[in-house]
Design a protein around this ligand. Structure first.
Ligand code: F6P
Length: 334
């Protein structure tokens, strides 16, 4: 039987995502309701190492549910990779008697939590917070819905201008290793092609399909590309829409091309209702897990039920994109 948790820390780590604030609010208010002390750790694991930690009350999380970003700030901590950094971080937790931790972030952030739990016996729970939606064991990650809706609104606007000229529009969305934003925003905007890191679309396939569209006199030619897509596996350093546009202009002479990179606008802005809702639900359950002794799990939602994946599995496994999706894209864009 594990010891009772009495003081918990909460942090956000990795890329921020809209809805993280709603999750922090839920963690803080649930903890206080359950008579736990709760501490905010600033700038992810960096704040843990540098002792940038403060006690939070109910009012510390007032008026943040509607705000993008994270009031705790975030970082990808290099020092936490090292044993020395983790030891320092643990000592700072120990000094305050913090005996439980909620980590909001992606798989890199969960790796940190897992190490802390293994090396120092600190019970942790992870809340999936990433716009990329690439985490195993959950249908939702906080921020994905907002990011994908931002991308859809932007691409709809591009469609208007694309419709007014005979041009090919190539739009890059976020996702260094994951194609979910590309897949969802591409399908929702009627893109002809969607290029993602997880699915091999050879250059020839892409160029053939663009030439076919030309022949069919499609009114709008739209290609959505995830930033991590590699047109040529032998040249992994050449990625994303810039490279796709360069190749298309070189190979399909006469096809006028325009390139848009949506970038970080996808990571900001007020979270959608879905992101606020799942963040609140996951935040509540992350604290309940620590109290109930369900430790070192990622708190996900699968088929509308809470689903708890051991951190080591959440880190190791990936949510896969099936090849059949591209077939659907092809049929619907015909
Ligand atoms: O948080 C995930 C993510 O937005 C990826 O989609 C993207 O590749 C990466 O972060 C960008 O990170 P940074 O803001 O450090 O450039």
């Amino acid at each position: 039987m594990s010891a009772k948790v009495t003081k918990i820390g909460v942090l956000t780590s990795g890329g921020d995502s809209p809805g993280m604030n709603a999750a922090i609010r839920a963690v803080v208010r649930t903890a206080l309701y359950r008579n736990l002390e709760v501490y905010g750790i600033m700038r992810g694991y960096n704040g843990m190492i540098e002792d940038d930690i403060y006690q939070m009350g109910s009012r510390s999380v007032a008026n943040i549910i509607q705000r993008g970003g994270t009031i705790l700030k975030t970082a990808r901590s290099k020092d936490f990779y090292g044993e020395e950094g983790r030891k320092k971080a643990y000592e700072n937790l120990q000094k305050r008697g913090i005996d439980g931790l909620v980590v909001i972030g992606g798989d890199g952030s969960f790796t940190g939590a897992y190490k802390l739990s293994k090396e120092f016996g600190i019970p942790c729970t992870g809340i999936p917070g990433t716009i990329d939606k690439d985490l195993y064991g959950t249908d939702f990650t906080i921020g994905f819905d907002t990011a994908v809706n931002t991308a859809v609104q932007a691409i709809d606007r591009i469609r208007d201008t694309a419709d007014s000229h005979d041009r090919l529009f190539i739009v890059e969305v976020m996702g260094r290793h994951a194609g979910y934003i590309a897949l969802h925003s591409g399908i929702a905007t009627g893109a002809e092609n969607i290029l993602m890191p997880e699915v091999t679309t050879t250059l020839d396939e892409m160029l053939t399909s663009l030439s076919e569209q030309e022949k069919r006199k499609k009114l709008v030619n739209l290609v959505v590309v995830a930033e991590g897509y590699q047109p040529d596996p032998d040249k992994p350093e050449l990625r994303g829409a810039t490279e796709v546009a360069r190749i298309v202009e070189e190979k399909l002479k006469g096809l006028e091309t325009r390139l848009t990179i949506l970038g970080h606008i996808q990571r900001g802005g007020p979270p959608t209702c879905i992101d606020r809702f799942i963040a609140s639900r996951m935040g509540y359950h992350s604290v309940e897990c620590l109290i109930e002794g369900r430790h070192n799990v990622m708190v996900g939602i699968l088929h509308n039920n809470m689903h708890y994946t051991p951190l080591e599995i959440a880190i190791r496994e990936k949510q896969k994109i099936g090849e059949d999706w591209l077939n659907i894209v092809k049929i619907l864009a015909s």
